[in-house]
Design a protein around this ligand. Structure first.
Ligand code: FMN
Length: 182
């Protein structure tokens, strides 16, 4: 069975990035994939702050990621880049943790002025971990609605179409890779 890990890279409890991940998970249901979610807010603070390599929580998450075929990662733009807490988490994982995995990156930001944060900060970081990154999508927070039915949480139809196109590409690449490795 194809296994997907989602990573929400926001330190916020009421996260818009989380809404995006929930939206994608809703659409992944039709593929009968198994999905596991990594929430940075669930991680012990001292593990992140003190950089405790080899902590049981980190080892367990590493194992989970190793079993995954694909990774969906969504985080906010903070000060023109990804949040430091996401980097603190990724720093604790093995060097090539995303090797052989298709990675779908998304970023949520407050201003279009920072849409290139995806291209110039998040994607290079994921490629450093050897992830096979899709183009990814930048989402303006004003194009996201919370407290409505999840399927209509992306209010801009063109944007929703791009999000779906990339999800299709994500699933197709995973199917292709699994076929190649059978
Ligand atoms: C500390 C902080 C820094 C931010 N810096 C930026 C920024 O540089 N550029 C931008 O477009 N949005 C910036 N934002 C806005 C967030 O990207 C935006 O509110 C996003 O939707 C938050 O996502 P989240 O709810 O998943 O945390 C910042 C927000 C915070 C709290």
């Amino acid at each position: 069975m194809t296994h997907i890990i989602t990573i929400c890279g926001s330190p916020s409890e009421q996260s818009r990035s989380e809404t995006v991940i929930d939206y994608l998970k809703l659409h992944l249901k039709k593929y009968e994939y198994t999905c596991e979610e990594i929430q940075l807010t669930d991680l012990p603070t001292d593990v992140l702050m003190k950089g405790i390599y080899g902590h049981p929580v980190i080892n367990q998450l590493t194992q989970q990621i190793n079993l995954a075929d694909g990774i969906i990662i969504c985080c906010p733009v903070y000060k023109g880049a990804y949040p430091g807490v996401l980097k603190a988490f990724l720093d604790l994982l093995p060097q090539n943790i995303f090797q052989g995995k298709v990675v779908y990156p998304l970023m949520v930001g407050g201003t279009r002025a920072h849409l290139l944060a995806l291209e110039f900060t998040l994607k290079p970081l994921l490629q450093q971990l050897k992830g096979e990154c899709l183009s990814g999508v930048f989402i303006l927070e004003s194009e996201l609605k919370r407290g409505v039915e999840l399927s209509s949480s992306i209010t801009n139809q063109k944007l929703a179409k791009r999000v779906h196109q990339q999800l299709t590409e994500f699933t197709e690449k995973i199917i292709y890779k699994r076929g190649v490795h059978v």
